[in-house]
Design a protein around this ligand. Structure first.
Ligand code: PAF
Length: 285
């Protein structure tokens, strides 16, 4: 496994490597969710590249950036065991050298949900991902459904900018009680950790209602919110969304059978446990 810090060397190595080449972009602090992406990439490509870069451009809040967990040696160990070929571990200066001033602006899709609560977040994500795609030129790139809006934003960018690669979205990996794996979970207290399983229970309720025939988005939203509001350790709810999976436009009740009209519905939430902000989502159907 080659560990490469330089963008120029990474680009060269990727051009010389056997294709198809699969890229798994990460910010490190790897867990089984990331490793599921790596395994899928390993199964589908001749070369697997992983990037580990905590991208300052996608953090609005400097404290959030500072607290982001980092353990490069452990991460390298984990990906080595998965048979990864190339790991890109650039510094911030390598990605954003002095004078860097070109950004990928995301349209309306980036202003909703996460974008509304973290202004500039998706501009930072889209810019770094576009740079990684240009350096690595992957045939396939792997992302987790856990960051549901991010997958929609990246797919839109790939389409709009004719980036000519396939975005593979892999299922969310959960702990036994349903909590979605996230690098932020390590910041939960034991009590918060136990309570946080309730986030999944809340969105599962929407799935249950949906399957039993309840198609009104307002009812699904209200029921999910009610469950979250009854959870004592939750300090705030940023949003409860029931939206078209492809556009993230909020659904209304105008059509009793929204299922027929919009293929795919995403129920997503963002909540706070003290300083820790958790997101999760579920696709109906
Ligand atoms: O999902 C992440 O870890 C990040 O947003 C990504 C895609 C690696 C871009 O920094």
């Amino acid at each position: 496994m080659r560990v490469i810090k330089s963008a120029r060397v990474m680009s060269q190595a990727c051009r010389q490597a056997p294709h198809p080449l699969g890229l798994v972009p990460t910010m490190g602090a790897l867990h089984d969710g990331h490793l599921s992406l790596v395994r899928r990439a390993r199964a589908e490509n001749r070369t697997v590249a992983v990037s580990i870069f905590v991208n300052p451009a996608q953090f609005g809040n400097p404290q959030d950036l500072e607290c982001y967990p980092e353990d490069l040696e452990r991460d390298l160990d984990l990906v080595r065991r998965e048979g990864v070929d190339l790991v890109f571990t650039p510094t911030a200066k390598e990605i954003y050298p002095a004078g860097f001033d070109t950004w990928v602006e995301v349209g309306a899709i980036g202003d909703k949900l996460e974008g509304a609560h973290r202004p500039g977040h998706f501009r930072g994500v889209a810019t770094v991902v576009a740079k990684l795609f240009n350096l690595v030129r992957p045939d396939l790139a792997y992302f987790g459904q856990k960051d549901g809006q991010q997958t929609v934003v990246i797919q839109q960018m790939v389409r709009d900018l004719d980036l000519g690669l396939t975005v593979v979205v892999c299922p969310t990996v959960r702990q036994a009680d349903g909590l979605a794996l996230s690098s932020r979970n390590v910041h939960l207290t034991p009590e918060q950790r136990e309570a946080a399983a309730g986030v999944y229970q809340a969105i599962l309720r929407a799935d249950e209602l949906w399957r039993s025939g309840e198609k009104k988005a307002s009812v699904l939203r209200q029921q999910v919110r009610k469950i979250l509001e009854n959870q004592l350790l939750i300090d705030g709810i940023d949003y409860v969304s029931v939206a078209a999976a492809g556009t993230l436009d909020e659904l209304d009740d105008s059509n009793e059978s929204i299922q027929d009209v919009v293929p795919g519905t995403m129920v997503s939430v963002a909540v706070h446990y003290g300083q820790v902000r958790l997101i999760d989502n579920i696709l109906l159907d």
